[in-house]
Design a protein around this ligand. Structure first.
Ligand code: G1P
Length: 295
């Protein structure tokens, strides 16, 4: 049984500086819900309740978010904001998390290794805090089911534009049945010329505990970071790794442009925001055209 999920949230968020100097990128809002809450809800919907955050000293707001805030609850009660109060209470009781400190930011692989004492010798999930999946519950369930069938690690893959392969870990695979693959090779952030395909790792992994041994053997990359993808390459030498195709939209929130696209798409799905936003966009677009049309 897979009972535990590791959420590495200790990264600096350098792609978003200076916004991330004092604010975790995982707390950035998609309208009014922080990204990390989407990730946690996806796990809960798929039945995974043991959430292990690998955090850092600048990430306290994540802990506060899933904690009880009695002052705020009292205030909302006094002003009669019942619906918001209910929502706030629900978030406070959503999970009973474990927080582990990654004392030095030595890479994603190192962050996952930090969770070993809390995971122990059992298979576990890893969910990255900057990718939201439209069909998250189905993906996690599908990956767990593949793990139960094959008894091995399973990673989530999604087709990306060929110009974007350098943002992701990329896999070379062999399809064994509809939407399920055997991984043949992996490469972290290749150039479009080096990329073995356009199938990107999209932040969801099921690992056998053997990955911890491989993480201990993994050498730092050029930038001094222990990469999870490099540890998976070592794991490939002794265990089969399976891959699961992610259907549905994949929302990357890990860089400013993709984050804005994500916010925009979610906003267009919200009835209370949609109309006003569309009118505004049409207005600014027509102003832009006027500006461009002027000689
Ligand atoms: C990490 C992984 C990469 C993966 C990506 C998105 O990169 O190293 O393999 O494709 O997440 O899930 P990062 O975005 O942290 O640089």
């Amino acid at each position: 049984m897979i009972r535990k999920a590791v959420l590495p949230v200790a990264g600096w968020g350098t792609r978003f500086l200076p916004a991330t100097k004092a604010m975790p990128k995982e707390m950035f809002p998609i309208i009014d819900k922080p990204v990390i809450q989407f990730i946690v809800e996806e796990l809960l919907e798929a039945g995974v309740e043991n959430i292990i955050f690998v955090t850092g000293r600048h990430k306290r707001p994540i802990e506060h978010h899933f904690d009880i805030n009695t002052d705020l609850e009292k205030h909302l009660e006094e002003v009669g904001k019942k619906e918001v109060l209910e929502n706030i209470r629900e978030i406070s009781h959503m999970i009973n998390p474990i927080y582990l400190r990654q004392k030095e930011q030595l890479g994603l692989g190192h962050a996952v290794l930090t969770a070993e004492p809390a995971v122990g010798n059992e298979p576990f999930l890893v969910s990255l805090g900057d990718i939201i999946l439209e069909k998250g519950k189905e993906v996690i369930e599908g990956m767990m089911e593949a793990h139960y069938r094959f008894g091995k690690s399973v990673i989530a893959l999604h087709e990306v534009d060929e110009r974007e392969v350098n943002k992701y870990g990329i896999a070379r695979v062999k399809e064994i049945e509809e939407g399920v693959y055997i991984v043949e090779d992996l490469v972290e952030k290749p150039s479009p010329e080096e990329a073995p395909s356009n199938l990107a790792i999209v932040g969801r992994y099921v690992f056998t505990p053997r990955i911890f041994d491989k993480l201990k053997e993994t050498k730092p990359d050029k930038g001094g970071e222990i990469q999870l993808t490099d540890a998976m390459r070592l794991l490939l030498e002794e265990e089969v790794i399976y891959a699961y195709r992610v259907d549905g939209r994949v929302y990357d929130t890990g860089n400013p442009v993709d984050y804005l696209k994500t916010v925009f798409e979610f906003a267009l799905r919200r009835e209370d925001v949609r109309e006003e936003l569309l009118t505004y966009i049409q207005e600014i677009l027509s102003k832009q055209t006027q500006l461009i049309d002027k000689p």
